[in-house]
Design a protein around this ligand. Structure first.
Ligand code: NDP
Ligand code: GDR
Length: 326
């Protein structure tokens, strides 16, 4: 029997990779698109190549009626809840919106599933930002959460809501605690894509500098295509549970720059400008994940190396920006 999956946030980086992965496994895919974005080609750019193979539904995670209607319309085997305000820096400027969208959105979906189809398996997109100012390194499923941003707090709330529906209503609800994952489809506001775009623009003579904030900050960066396989694997287990997905390797933002500029034969020190205005009011300085549980239980492991990730992003932006010049 063909399995049917609902992906909220299908237009985002992870949503597009997950849709591709599940289509490859023979799934029928449904995705939510924000009402304002439903008719916009730009908003659905990451899934343009899949548009004839998936069903899109106009629904907002800010509206319980729109979620309830959609979940009442189809029986889903699996629901991957990826939609969220995901930019940490923005959450410092408008914590109210991040908290309200992320926490209520997760609650609406869980409540609608509980009411209408409690047997649908549910995935929550948790984050390493929940660890924040972590007390131990590397971080695993037992590391206490000490979030440092409204975004991190909203994800801790979503994580506990997910666990609570599992324990209280017996639903199959799992959370992934995913560390940063990137790739050519990464949003332009995130640091890795900001760097790969700047490298391409500088190489093509369109820019002369790259302005960044805290370049000493260290992250555990993986590839989004590898990480969505972990999400899928979590929902195929006999029991629901929570898993860290990470490479276990950290690099500073400065090291990312060094490697990205080196891909085009340039030295990052000639172009990098530190801009104090881009520093965050509080920061998770070093995050490193221990994904041994996912490796042993899910048989998951990252396939891309850090070098391969950086090169792919730079090459992709060189190609995209080069094309617009022709
Ligand atoms: P993106 O920012 O690329 O995508 C976010 C998605 O959420 C988009 O489809 C966006 O729609 C949608 N969305 C945002 N606000 C709303 C709203 N109010 N109503 C409905 N949809 C909305 O994120 P990623 O793909 O990178 O991440 C997916 C999930 O995983 C997010 O929950 C994120 O917080 C989490 N996460 C991501 C990590 C990463 O490194 N990428 C690591 C850990 C967790 P639109 O296209 O219209 O803006
Ligand atoms: P992050 O990703 O906050 O870890 O959240 P981001 O790429 O925004 O920042 C990573 C680190 O780079 C530093 N930094 C800058 N960041 C941005 N965006 N722009 C800059 O100019 C800049 N200069 C330095 C930041 O201070 C930070 O330390 C991502 C998101 O995908 C979340 O949704 C997800 O949950 C976490 O990863 C895991």
């Amino acid at each position: 029997m063909t399995k049917r999956a609902l992906i909220t946030g299908i237009t985002g980086q992870d949503g597009s990779h997950l849709a591709e992965h599940l289509l490859g496994l023979g799934y029928e895919i449904h995705g939510t698109v924000r009402p304002v974005a439903a008719e916009s080609a730009a908003a659905t750019g990451r899934i343009a190549h899949l548009i004839n193979d998936i069903s899109l539904h106009s629904a907002s995670i800010e509206s319980y009626p729109s979620i309830y209607r959609l979940i009442g319309q189809y029986q889903f085997d699996e629901c991957y809840h990826l939609a969220a305000r995901s930019f940490v820096a923005e959450s410092f400027l408008d914590g109210f919106s991040t908290m309200s969208v992320n926490i209520n959105g997760t609650h609406y979906i869980l409540a609608a599933l509980c009411e209408l189809q409690p047997h649908c398996r549910f995935y929550f997109a948790g984050s390493s930002e929940m660890f924040g100012n972590a007390l131990e390194s590397p971080q695993n499923e037992n590391t206490p959460f000490r979030p440092r941003s409204p975004y991190g707090i909203s994800k801790v709330a979503g994580f506990h809501l997910t666990r609570n529906f599992r324990e209280t209503h017996g639903m199959f609800c799992s959370s992934g605690i995913l560390f940063n994952h990137e790739g050519p489809r990464r949003g332009r506001e995130f640091v890795t894509r900001k760097i790969s775009i700047a490298v391409a623009r500088i190489k093509l003579g369109l820019a002369t500098e790259l302005r960044l904030g805290n370049v000493e900050s260290r992250r555990d960066w993986g590839h989004a295509a590898d990480y969505v396989e972990g999400m899928y694997a979590m929902l195929q287990q006999p029991e629901p549970d929570d898993y860290v997905i990470a490479t276990g390797e950290t690099h500073s933002v400065k090291e990312f720059c060094e490697m990205a500029f080196a891909c085009v034969g340039l030295d990052y020190r000639d172009y990098l400008v530190i801009d104090e205005k881009l520093y965050r009011p509080s920061e998770s300085y070093v995050l490193t994940g221990d994904s041994s549980k996912a490796r042993s239980v899910l048989n998951w492991r990252p396939k891309h190396t850090f070098q391969a990730l950086v090169s792919e992003m730079v090459e992709s932006d060189l190609e995209i920006i080069g094309r617009t010049l022709k």
